[in-house]
Design a protein around this ligand. Sequence first.
Ligand code: NAD
Ligand code: IPM
Ligand code: MN
Length: 353
Amino acid sequence: MKQLKIASIPGDGIGKEVVPAAIDVLKAVSEVHGGLQFEFTDFPYSCEYYLEHGAMMPEDGLERLKDFDSIFLGAVGNEKLVPDHVSLWGLLIKLRREFEQQINIRPAKVLNGIQSPLVNPKDFDLIVVRENSEGEYSEVGGRIFREEDEIAIQNNIFSRKGTERAMHYAFDLASKRNKHVTSATKSNGIVHSMPFWDEVFQDVAKQYPEIGTDKQHIDALTAFFVTHPDRFDVIVASNLFGDILTDLGAAVMGSIGIAPAGNINVNGKYPSMFEPVHGSAPDIIGKGVANPIGQIWTAKMMLDHHGEDEIGKVLLDVVESTTADGIITPDIGGKHSTQEVTDEIIKRLKAKA
Ligand code: NAD
Ligand code: IPM
Ligand code: MN
C-alpha cells in the first residue's frame, strides 16, 4: 500500500470551494485504485489567517510543510482583506521560492464537449514549461524618491543555471511527447536578458539533436497560439512570459477554470506544489459555480508526479466523459454547480472500481 501525505492549503476565494471538491475526487481515486491512499492535512494559510495572525503563515510554516509528499494549493489573494503583494509574497511566492519549485508545468488542451474559441481546437495540445523562480519576478529593485519624482525599479534576473534548468526540463519533456520545443523570446534588440536566453536555448538544444526547435517572439507567439496552435508541442518560457501565455492557453481551452499546473521541485529536496492556473476568482465566491476541473486536473498532475500516471489517465478520461456529456459549470456554458460536476465525476470514477 502506497500512502501519500498531502498538505492541503485551500487558501482564498474559490480555492476554498474547489480544493475540497478535488480532495473528494482524490478520495474516490483511492477507492478505485486500492493500492493508493492519501493522508490529507489541512492548513488554513490565507488572507483571513493574515488578519488574525499578522502573517500569511506562521514563522515555522515552511518547517511544518517541508516533509509532506506534495502540497495541494487552491489560490492565494483577497485584495479586500490584504494587498496582493503582501499575500502573494507571504505565501504563494514564498512556497515556490523556499521549496525551490523552479519549474512550473502547465499543460493546455481542449477537452471533449468544451467549446474553445478556436476553429480547430484539436490542434491545441501543448505544455508550457515556465521558469518559476527568477526572470521578471526577481526581488531586486525598489521604489525611490517621492511624489512626482518617484521611480520604481525592477531588475530581471536570468541565471545561466536557472535558464539551463528550464530548457533541459522542456527538452526532456519534449522527448516523451512530439519532439519539438519552442522558445518564447523577445530578442529583437531591446532587452539584455533575451539574447542571453536565446544563447542558452541554442546551447542546450545541441545536446538534444533528435528534438526539433524554433523560437518565437512572445508577441507573435501569443497570436500563433490562436492562429496556428498545431505548431506547438512544448514551449519554454520565462516566468512572466509563461504566466501570460498560460492564461491565454486557458482561454483557448475554454475557460481559465480548467487549466492545471504543477510547481516542481526538480532536485526532490522539498515538496512540489500543485495549484491550478486560475486565482481566487473574487467575482464568483460563494455562488457555487466555480469550475472544479482546473483543481481536479491539477490533482491528476500530482498523481502523475508520484508515478501514478495510470490512475491519473483514468481520472482525466472520467473528467472528459462528463464534459462530453455537458455536465459543466457556467463559465463553459453549462448550468451545473461545482458540487454537481464533482459528484458526477466521483460517481463515474467509482463505476470504474
Ligand atoms: P482569477 O483567475 O482569479 O479570475 C479571472 C476570471 O476567471 C474571473 O472572472 C473569475 O471568475 C474566472 N475564474 C477563475 N477561476 C475560475 C473557475 N475555477 N471557475 C470559473 N471561473 C473562474 O484572476 P484575477 O481576477 O486576476 O485574480 C484574483 C485574485 O487571485 C488576485 O488576488 C490574484 O492575485 C489572485 N491570483 C492567485 C493565483 C494563485 O494563487 N495561483 C493565480 C492568479 C491570481
Ligand atoms: C499564477 C499567478 C501568480 C503568478 C501570481 C498570483 C503571483 O498569476 O500562478 O499564474 O504570476 O505566478
Ligand atoms: Mn497567472
